[in-house]
Design a protein around this ligand. Structure first.
Ligand code: ZN
Length: 186
């Protein structure tokens, strides 16, 4: 398959909700391969279909380190069925080159999805590990939500976006997360 262009923050497609996959057809397995090729080419930890301009509910994650063998995980039609705890996570995104900021995330998540062979699976990621955070980050992409919408410091995040020539925050998209905030302050 192919390395695709990753859409940058500001492109409309990144804000559009993605459609469910009804059948893991050739079109979908090709999409998965493009996501993996593009993610690895960019040294990313995860990539969601809307980031390469395709609004389907598909994302890929690989949290293996350089010393380990590749370990791609493919999520099709994912659903987060359990979430708990709270953590501050310093995140970036391939659609926001070089920009990192602190965001609120759940510490533990359980996700149900199907893989690229149409097999259902359930996966639990705990303790605020990279996988737990990546699942939430990529899942958001399928709903047109971006990591900066979860930022804990709006003004600092604005400065970072400006520094890297990215569009400003969209105040209407900023998320109020009283549960996470409460948990973080306890
Ligand atoms: Zn992202």
């Amino acid at each position: 398959m192919a390395i695709k262009k990753v859409l940058k923050y500001g492109e409309k497609t990144l804000r559009e909700p993605s459609k469910e996959v009804h059948k893991v057809s050739r079109k979908i397995t090709d999409l998965v391969q493009d996501l993996l090729d593009t993610m690895y080419a960019q040294n990313g930890v995860g990539l969601a279909a809307p980031q390469i301009g395709v609004n389907y509910r598909v994302f890929v994650i690989d949290v293996s380190t350089n010393k380990e063998p590749l370990n791609p995980i493919v999520f099709i039609n994912p659903k987060i069925i359990k979430k708990s705890g709270a953590i501050v996570s310093n995140e970036g995104c391939l659609s926001f080159p070089e920009a990192y900021t602190d965001v609120r995330r759940y510490k533990n998540v359980m996700v149900k999805a199907i893989d690229d062979r149409g097999r259902p699976f359930t996966l639990e990621a705990t303790d605020g590990c990279l996988l737990a955070r990546a699942i939430q980050h990529e899942f958001d992409h399928l709903n047109g939500v971006l990591f900066v919408d979860h930022c804990i410091n709006r003004f600092e995040t604005e400065e970072i976006l400006k520094k890297y020539d990215l569009p400003a925050l969209d105040p209407e998209k900023l998320l109020s997360e009283p549960d996470l905030e409460k948990e973080l302050n306890d």
